[in-house]
Write a protein that binds this ligand. Structure first.
Ligand code: ASP
Length: 448
């Protein structure tokens, strides 16, 4: 089967490669502007019209695909094989945890020839790659998706919430969801709102380096996640990732208070305006939050899995054209999350557009682009004016959680008043009762 589909090539580049019957991994000879280049065809990430090959030297080179370019296939690539490792033996006395795989780096392998990362591991492969899991829990595995998290949609959150709820109703002791890190915090917020009254923990887990690399963070994160899912005393949606850049401990962040903060570091996730719920080190769970919902296997889960995707996130910036707000209203959007400046402001030039939106029944909410801290729209006239137009302040929720919550609220009701009441309620720990100074120490810990 040609691997050109899904390789990222478009337009002229796709045409040239197709004419020469090339697939990712094949060895190509490309002639352009009198020069010849040889190398392995690698997938194309991002925009652009260049064909990318990995040369013998290990360097990647992009050759612009024009009508003058000649592409020849001079060698056939071999499809990399992955033999699933033998699954470890189950110990009946251990808690029962299900690992669901949705894709992303944690469930990927590197194709060392092309240097590309591809989604290749099932949840049971992951279990086989980290055999220590067999001493922590009886693990069941299930593939829900094999997609990079940037391609997930609110419809996927709905299906995932339904799948998790089904397994919990069947009586598992905890659920782990292997997920791409890019949008993992959106999914953790979505599941926090969709899965209410949880009896057991639901822990999302990812990795910054694929599971088969020696430098992978996948094993430590998975061990922490499975340990917490099977035994932690809390029953909330959490997100498990490295605490620091070293392979020492995993922290479990609260699903509505966590954000990806670094493009590549292993400790990319940070709790924002809140503290992690727990930490797992040497298979010991330490609780680091002073309040949490307790594990209670007898509690009945409440499933509210629907999201309205007609919700937009509008980042305020100097010079923002109010026509952007009007555009969403005219397109029939039901909610707008404004990412305001400072304590909760947008320019007065946007006021009329905001009034037009709320008058039409669009729910307009505001979170601060500062990320840390809490909006206070009573300090300056600008904030007071926005409040008088019906803008809903989202306290210390940061914009991404605010967006997901607005989608969720409008997925429960089409009545703007009811949606506003839901937005204001603290459904899943998304509002902290007080603003936390970031230098404050963690309970049980030396620092954040
Ligand atoms: N783009 C990948 C994803 O989010 C990155 C990762 O898994 O870390 O699926």
């Amino acid at each position: 089967m040609s691997e050109l589909e899904g390789s990222g090539y478009k337009g002229k580049a796709f045409q040239l490669l197709q004419q020469a019957d090339c697939s990712v991994g094949d060895i190509l000879k490309i002639t352009s502007k009198g020069k010849t280049y040889e190398g392995i065809l690698i997938p194309r990430f991002g925009e652009g019209v260049a064909i990318i090959i990995k040369m013998k030297s290990g360097y990647n080179i992009g050759i612009e695909a024009t009508t003058e370019v000649k592409v020849e296939k001079i060698g056939k690539g071999t499809v990399p094989k992955f033999e699933a490792p033998q699954l470890p033996k189950q110990k009946p006395s251990l808690p029962h945890v299900v690992i669901m795989s949705t894709g992303g780096t944690i469930a990927s392998r590197v194709d060392y020839r092309t240097g590309a990362v591809r989604s290749a591991m099932s949840a049971s492969d992951l279990y086989g790659v980290v055999p220590e899991l067999a001493d922590i829990a009886r693990v069941d595995t299930e593939i829900v998706y094999s997609i990079y998290s940037e391609n997930l949609t609110p419809q996927n959150w709905t299906e995932l919430a339904q799948t998790v709820a089904k397994r919990i109703e069947q009586g598992v002791d905890g659920v782990v969801i292997a997920h791409g890190t890019d949008t993992m915090a959106y999914t953790s917020a979505a599941l926090s709102f969709a899965l209410q009254n949880l009896p057991v923990p639901v822990i999302l887990v990812g990795a910054q380096r694929s599971s088969d690399r020696p430098s992978s963070d996948a094993a430590t994160n998975l061990i922490g996640a499975v340990k917490a899912a099977g035994e932690a005393p809390f029953a909330e949606v959490g997100l498990a990732m490295h605490e620091t850049v070293s392979d020492i401990a995993t922290v479990i962040h609260r699903g509505t208070k966590v954000r990806k903060c670094h493009t590549s570091r292993r400790d990319t996730f940070k709790s924002v305006n809140g503290f992690p719920i727990a930490k797992v080190q040497n298979l010991q769970i330490t609780i680091t939050s002073d309040s949490y919902q307790k594990r209670d296997p007898k509690r009945k889960i409440t499933l509210k899995p629907h999201f309205n995707d007609k919700v937009a996130l509008v980042k305020f910036h100097p010079g923002l054209d109010p026509a952007v707000i009007d555009f969403y209203v005219e397109k029939g959007f039901k909610g707008i999350l404004l990412e305001g400046s400072g304590l909760g402001h947008v320019s007065k030039f946007c006021f009329d557009a905001i009034k037009r939106a709320t008058a039409k029944g669009v729910v307009v909410a505001l979170a601060s682009q500062c990320i840390w801290g809490r909006v206070d729209m009573n300090v300056y006239d600008t904030g007071r004016d926005l409040l008088s137009f019906g803008v809903v302040p989202l306290e210390d929720m940061f914009p991404e959680t605010g967006l997901v919550k607005l989608m969720w609220a409008l997925g429960q009701t089409s009545d703007p008043k009811e949606a506003t009441a839901l937005l204001k309620a603290n459904v899943a720990g998304e509002y902290s009762p007080r603003t936390l100074p970031q230098e404050e120490k963690l309970p049980n810990e030396g620092g954040n």
